[in-house]
Design a protein around this ligand. Structure first.
Ligand SMILES: [Zn+2]
Length: 277
């Protein structure tokens, strides 16, 4: 609140645009929004904040993670301590639902909504063409890598993400504003290439693991991937980080399957196992 006062933001004259539904980007929005102001988010991510997102989606996700080898006792632990659930925005029935290409006008400013699904099913950036400014949310971060995990709502979240990285190369961007940390000096176009290389390396690593150990599940593959994290080994990963790591591997596996490189088989106990094609 004190920062808003410092910027002399009058909340009663302020609409709020949410890049995506994650709690660290939406948690307080329902407290800040004033009667008569608009609280805006993509239609897809508005669904994630509704009853579906709050209950059914988690049930579906947990079931899928168990099929992919996530241990049930760890699943219960993540369920208890997940900040995505505890810091979630209050229920709100009146989101303005945005779609690709929607335009908003504030005085002389024209802002365009750019669908950048991948990090979440309805992630959106906001672009001010005249100044080359873009509000990136978590689509592109500069000193950390946005995490791309499996979504039941998307057939190939990573593939969608990668093509939505390419989508930004067609825009003239001179001021990229990421949702976390800093814009670290390099251009958004260089950062896009770095992020694509990062995912290519991870895809290659997963294929390498499967060439040596065919028939692993996603949890086991995640244990063999080299992660940048301050933990001695896979066993020492905090459980919440394990959950993200497995979700990342699942998204990479979906992408390898859609490219025809990997196949998924279900064993007699209903668990998914992965093989190179
Ligand atoms: Zn996020």
């Amino acid at each position: 609140m004190s920062q808003l006062e410092e910027l002399q933001v009058s909340l009663s004259d302020t609409d709020i645009f949410l890049t995506h539904f994650h709690s660290d980007h939406t948690g307080l929005s329902t407290d800040l929004i004033q009667p008569g102001s608009k609280l805006m988010i993509s239609a897809k991510d508005a669904n994630m904040l509704g009853i579906y997102g709050r209950t059914l989606r988690w049930k579906e996700r947990n079931e899928r993670f168990l099929k992919d080898g996530f241990p049930p006792d760890l699943m219960e632990e993540t369920w208890k301590q997940n900040p995505a659930r505890s810091a979630v925005a209050e229920p709100y029935g009146d989101y303005v639902r945005l779609y690709e290409g929607d335009v908003m006008k504030y005085g002389d400013y024209v802002l365009k909504c750019i669908d950048t699904a991948g990090h979440t099913p309805g992630h959106m950036c906001l672009y001010h063409e005249e100044s080359g400014t873009i509000f990136l949310g978590d689509h592109i971060l500069f000193d950390i890598t946005p995490n791309i995990v499996w979504w039941g709502e998307m057939e190939d979240a990573l593939g969608t993400y990668l093509s939505n990285l390419d989508k930004l190369t067609a825009l003239d961007i001179t001021v990229p504003l990421p949702g976390h940390r800093h814009w670290a000096g390099i251009s958004v176009y260089e950062r896009i290439q770095q992020l694509k290389r990062h995912h290519t390396r991870r895809l290659e690593e997963i294929c390498e693991i499967l060439s040596v150990f065919p028939g692993l599940n996603a949890y086991e593959i995640a244990g063999d991937v080299s992660w940048k994290i301050r933990a001695k080994n896979w066993e020492a990963f905090p459980v919440s980080q394990k959950w993200f790591a497995v979700g990342e591997v699942m998204a990479h596996l979906d992408h390898l399957i859609s490219g025809g490189f990997v196949r998924r088989l279900e064993n007699e106990t209903g668990k998914y196992l992965y093989y190179l094609n």
